[in-house]
Design a protein. Structure first.
Lengths: 329, 329
């Protein structure tokens, strides 16, 4: 089994190739060409461990991701989250690579899904990008929008205003003209493409703030009880796209609207079907579109196998390495 | 994260300490002092990957085991199974050790559970040990019976008689006088302590063959459809002990008897409760006792944390190593 640490992973990560692999993985997911068992969940005293795993039909490898978060870590001076991905041969079952990515690949695949949603759903002209939240995911979402969106103007809001400066500095270094807004509603009112990245448990963006033609990608809500958008805004959207019908109706941004029955399952389109052209997505510039992304194991599979393939290519290795390990005798 | 390969794992494995840890883990399991989510299961074209994981209340670490088996591997010249265990801090959630045991620790913890069952359930005098099957698990079961049973006479039967010679050689080297029998029934008829270790899907031992006073440990049945003992024998047993009530009634040796309603849930005792003295186990020499072992995540937790603790002690390391990794800045 090959071990790849974070530095090696960064070295062999080709964003364009990974984005392409994630798009294809979403298509396979929505077409049902995957095996994605329910997410494993193990609570421990100060946090939770999640195990996401799956197999894309026809792939050479399957992937298991182990990721933990603990709310006590900040006080202990250690990273709040951790993660690793195990790439296993779909021929022998043997592990072939362990990616010690410390959660970085999860951050990246989440940001890339946001970029994919924008690529397919953003209005034709984006004059301002709005970002809610200013943490690592807020920064990555902005960074990965660059290849899919020409706009270089960004409005940001974080509930802790003292963090705006650091985000603006990051955005400037990335080539954006960045300004802080006074509220999430102000961000929404001034932007055509909004990304929400917070762990909020109550709506921050009301329906009244959002102009026709806006696209919103919501990545913050990933467990029951989390919410960033008002349920009335979700109900008002012309196009509702989800990464996973089953996950989003249970614990995504749209969970409240589903529970309050202001939207129906038939209102929802899966991102993979939009990418494949099987679902319409945005059909007019004035439509309000919302993408609710909860994170699907196929993204982890795509990013882990892409990085491993790039590492293999760079190291002159071809084929499934587990086939080269023969039994003694 | 510390990586321990198989050679290092073997070097730091103290069988007596691990057996003790597994006994205590069974007690905690049966007392409900554990979190053991359902086993994760991912099928791939030629096999299956299983993820067993859990947390024993109060432990410093939780453990995730990834194990795969593929029926195509023999023809490919690679090991049929593989496995690894990840030890994570229950304080930070961070992985602290990866045990690349290649499935060896699963083999060992299964054999040790057999020894524990024999320790608590075997008749007072064992004149002959009977082993059904002659593979790695058959050998390990015999080996780990040594500390808990003074008998050094063994009868073996495998459905492929050409394999008897190798088993007899192994048993002799381990200090046993070993003889091959003509059938599983012959083994049962000639033994007081029988261990069945095969992947059989139909009964090999009939009730008529078994003498009063016999103890049988069945470790082969671990999925729906597998069976080694006749359902009438299961129904006749005076004492029925299972490692896990939920697992054994679903996919253990007793599944057929449960389905045919020849035994009731109230007839079953969990091994952890027998060890703790909360369930009676064997109460008379002439009783027939059966232990049905399907393998529980707490065994994996116990063996992985024991090996890691021994490695830490040998390397002058104390405490949770994830607490020593501080954030930059």
């Amino acid at each position: 089994m090959q071990l790849l640490n974070l530095a090696t992973i960064r070295q062999h990560l080709d964003p364009a190739a990974v984005m392409d692999a994630i798009e294809k993985a979403f298509v396979k997911y929505s077409a049902g060409d995957v095996t994605v068992p329910p997410v494993g969940h193990l609570p421990f005293p100060t946090g939770d461990c999640h195990i996401k795993y799956g197999y894309i039909t026809g792939d050479d490898y399957f992937v298991i991701k182990i990721a933990s978060g603990s709310h006590g870590n900040h006080a202990l001076g250690v990273s709040p989250s951790s993660g690793m991905m195990v790439v296993c041969s779909a021929t022998t079952g043997h592990p072939v690579a362990l990616l010690q990515d410390e959660g970085h690949l999860t951050d990246l695949r989440t940001a890339m899904a946001g970029a994919i949603a924008a690529k397919y759903l953003a209005p034709p002209e984006v004059r301002t990008i709005g970002i809610i939240g200013s943490g690592i995911q807020a920064k990555l979402q902005l960074e990965y929008l660059k290849p899919v969106c020409a706009c270089r103007k960004v409005l940001v809001w974080n509930h802790r205003a003292e963090r705006h400066g650091e985000f603006i500095e990051f955005a400037s270094a990335a080539g954006f003209t960045a300004t802080a807004a006074d509220s999430a509603d102000d961000v929404a009112a001034g932007s055509d493409l909004v990304v929400t990245t917070t762990p909020s448990t109550s709506a921050m963006i009301g329906s009244a703030a959002v102009r026709p033609g806006t696209h919103i990608t919501a990545v913050g809500a990933d467990t029951p009880g989390k919410q960033e958008l008002d349920a009335a805004l979700v109900a008002r959207a012309d196009v509702l796209v989800v990464d996973s019908l089953s996950q989003c109706t249970d614990h995504g941004e749209i969970q409240t609207a589903v529970r309050e029955k202001t939207i129906r399952a038939s209102d929802l389109q899966e991102l993979g079907n939009v990418i494949a052209g099987k679902a319409p997505g945005r059909t007019a510039p004035e439509q309000i579109t919302i993408a609710d992304l909860t994170g699907v194991a196929v993204q982890d599979i795509a990013i882990a196998t892409s990085v491993f393939a790039a590492w293999q290519a760079a190291n002159g290795q071809t084929g499934d390495p587990s086939l080269a390990v023969t039994l003694p005798g």
